[in-house]
Design a protein around this ligand. Structure first.
Ligand SMILES: [Zn+2]
Length: 292
């Protein structure tokens, strides 16, 4: 009998909903294969724009209860994805959503970007030492789309993973341009889609040539959709009769639900990573993928 450590995947996200939007299918896939998946969320998402009218009173201009409410949404999403290990960086409520660049929320004394980078890095490093993930995922240096908290999450993750030994690979979660464009083209075929279609290049994405790893999430799209639905203050999910699906954030722009999630290797060996974050050369759980 051979005992091998289970693969451990840790993802660092800025706000509740990012884990589902960016990496929901990947989380569900690895969790389904028995990997230990840890999600670290850096803020409570207090500044998120609330979609349902009846919940807008939770926002920072009124009751300022959105962060606590979103903890419940996040819990629902984690359950849908199979995540049993969720943490808030520094403990729940330590750092606040900084809001979009240039807003008053950037000035809040507890906001994530005004926090001490070393303290934040130490908080993540402590989790990394405890969980001992072989693979860590966060955003690229642009934070995927420029949100200050996403950029800070990137900085904190790159700094913490550099100081903790035993991490084989760090990846950036990205949207691949050509793949996204194909998905958007598919949306144009849909009738009665309740969202506005994006203009060419309107949705942020990276050049496909940068992609190192494509994780097939076909079988886990239903879990991803359930997780997105759990974030009802932030995301609207639409599904047609034939199963076609799309979602929109508060901007009302339609986004396709793609069957692949894409990553760029930021640190570590590129061997065997075309379709597996753990470098198994194939599906997770096969050919030694993810075991060590
Ligand atoms: Zn976010």
């Amino acid at each position: 009998m051979t005992l091998t450590a289970p693969p451990r995947l840790l993802l660092v996200h800025a706000h509740p909903d990012d884990e589902s939007l960016w990496t929901g299918g990947t989380i569900a896939r690895y969790a389904a294969y028995g990997a230990h998946v840890t999600v670290v969320t850096c803020t409570l998402g207090e500044e998120g724009e609330v979609i349902p009218e009846g919940l807008r009173g939770l926002g920072p201009e009124a009751a300022d209860q959105l962060g606590g409410y979103r903890v419940g949404e996040l819990r629902g999403a984690c359950a849908a994805l199979g995540v049993i290990d969720h943490r808030f960086l520094g403990g729940m409520g330590r750092w606040r959503d900084s809001g979009m660049a240039g807003t008053a929320a950037n000035k809040h004394q507890r906001c994530f970007v005004a926090g001490d980078l070393q303290e934040q890095t130490a908080a993540l490093a402590a989790i990394l030492r405890e969980v001992k993930p072989q693979v860590v995922v966060t955003y690229d240096s642009f934070g995927g789309y420029g949100h200050p908290d996403h950029i800070r999450a990137h900085e904190v993750t790159m700094a913490a993973t550099a100081e903790v030994p035993g991490i084989d690979r760090v990846f950036h979660t990205v949207t691949a341009r050509a793949h996204l464009d194909l998905g958007v083209a598919g949306l144009k075929e849909l009738e009665s889609l309740p969202f506005r279609l994006p203009a060419d290049g309107e949705l942020p994405a990276v050049d496909d040539a940068l992609i190192t790893t494509s994780v097939d999430i076909t079988d886990h799209v239903p879990a991803k959709l359930s997780a997105l639905r759990a974030h009802a203050t932030q995301v609207q999910v639409w599904q047609g009769n034939d199963g076609a699906a799309a979602y929109a954030l508060s901007n009302g722009i339609a986004q396709p639900v793609l069957a692949t999630e894409h990553f760029v290797l930021a640190r570590g060996s590129a061997e065997g990573i075309a379709t597996d974050l753990f470098g198994g050369g194939g599906a997770p759980g096969t050919d030694g993928g993810g075991t060590r």
